[in-house]
Design a protein around this ligand. Structure first.
Ligand code: NAP
Length: 386
């Protein structure tokens, strides 16, 4: 029995992780749950699955649950950012699923690895911001405790199993292209949150859905791949694959390419991160190749979707710049969703903060939290002046 903690249990990845646990309750037991505002949803899951320890960062939501008497008997509800990170070091937990969104997930990722527990990682921002601290070697090394959940990295992980690192030529990270594939900058000037949230192939939380539309998500994934697989940036390539059937590929020195295909459903990579090195029964119907039709490929349009190029540049420069870039993007995406910033303003804001940042070598979590706070202030100021 693997005992797991789910951080971000009320979100898209969190809910799908709960589904995997329900299907494999003979192999998985949840010992801790954390969320943000949707405390009632978390408490219902805790009651259903017999979880005794819960945490939220939202004091308001916790107060409402207490006032409404909705905390089940025997369940403790801890409050605050520290309480959420503390679940990562619960003595009874073997695996921590980090499905928080944004740089808020960094401290929990760090605490999980420091405690010697397996980190099943969906929260890509952890690696973008703190990859230098979290990844000392490729996650394929037997000593690594990180299991990627992001579908592209889960795919690359599987393609690399049993292979020799020195025979890998390149990683090919696939992108759906998002809802605005093929549009021009002029056409995107008036893009609305509603349009950007209509992703063609994946059903995800709002922040990653906007990131997918701007291709920032692919930029974050390039940095994630660099850290997870200890791969130089010039050997990480992006290709648009609009059907999202190929989740990523690995090219080897003899010209062979291995691709990972599967149904477009995050429960497959979530389950493999939890079952590894075993494989359990499929959580969804497998891909039906007779119905798949054609597979298309195209280069990414980085002139229109500048966030991909900005993120790659931040990754290549390294140090604290990816942390600043990520924080600016989080602020800009939130402002776009609030209709305080135009769609094209997201990349402009990220670029302005990157230009203003004086990068340093990464030395500690505290330093990264300071850079993150600085970049959020810069981005807020930039947005309020434009
Ligand atoms: N969704 C996908 O298909 C997908 C695929 C690949 C990678 N990812 C990555 O997985 C992560 C989660 O994405 P998502 O789409 O599942 O996001 P989401 O639906 O927005 O869910 C985020 C979860 O985190 C909780 N949360 C947010 N901030 C928190 C904080 N400070 N403290 C405690 N809980 C907090 C939310 O709680 P409340 O909702 O209760 O406020 C929610 O449970 C992201 O890093 C994303 O890039 C997602």
């Amino acid at each position: 029995m693997k005992r797991i903690v789910i951080l971000g249990c009320t979100g898209s990845i969190g809910e799908q992780t709960l589904d995997v646990v329900r299907r494999h309750s003979d192999k998985l037991q949840i010992v801790g749950l954390a969320c943000g505002k949707r405390v009632d949803v978390m408490l219902q899951a805790a009651e259903e699955l017999g979880v005794k320890v819960c945490a939220t960062n939202s004091a308001n939501a916790a107060d409402q649950a207490k006032a409404a008497g909705s905390i089940p008997e025997g369940v403790s509800l801890e409050v605050g950012d520290d309480a959420v990170s503390a679940l990562a070091v619960l003595p009874e937990a073997d695996v921590v699923v980090n499905a928080l969104v944004g740089a808020a997930g960094l401290r929990a990722s760090y605490a999980t690895l420091q405690a010697g527990k397996v980190l099943a990682l969906a929260n890509k921002e952890s690696l973008v911001v703190g990859g230098d601290l979290l990844c000392k070697a490729s996650c394929l090394e037997p000593s690594s405790l990180i299991r990627p959940i992001d579908s592209e990295h889960g795919a690359i992980f599987q393609c690399l199993l049993g292979e020799r690192f020195e025979e890998v030529e390149a990683l090919w990270v696939t992108a759906s292209g998002g809802p605005f594939r093929g549009r021009t900058r002029d056409q995107l000037a008036s893009a609305t949150p509603e349009e950007a949230l209509a992703h063609p192939t994946w059903n995800m939380g709002p922040k990653i859905t906007i990131d997918s539309s701007t291709l920032m998500n692919k930029g974050l994934e390039v940095i994630e791949a660099h850290h997870l697989f200890a791969m130089p940036y010039d050997r990480i390539r992006v290709v648009v694959q609009p059907q999202s059937a190929i989740h990523s590929m690995v090219e080897f020195s003899d010209g062979s390419v291995k691709a990972h295909l599967g149904t477009t459903d995050m429960r497959i990579p979530i389950q493999f991160a939890l079952s590894y090195p075993d494989r359990w029964d499929a959580p969804v119907a497998p891909l039906d190749f007779t119905q798949l039709g054609s597979l298309e490929f195209a280069p990414a349009d980085t002139d229109t979707f500048r966030c991909l190029a900005l993120a790659r540049a931040a990754g290549q420069e390294g140090g604290t710049l990816p942390c600043a870039m990520n924080a600016a993007n989080e602020v800009a995406v939130a402002a776009f969703l609030d209709k305080r910033l135009s769609y094209l303003g997201i990349a402009d804001c990220v670029e302005a903060v990157m230009d203003a940042h004086h990068g340093e070598t990464v030395t500690s979590i505290e330093q990264l939290l300071e850079v993150d706070a600085w970049a959020r202030r810069e981005a807020d100021n930039w947005i309020s002046w434009t």
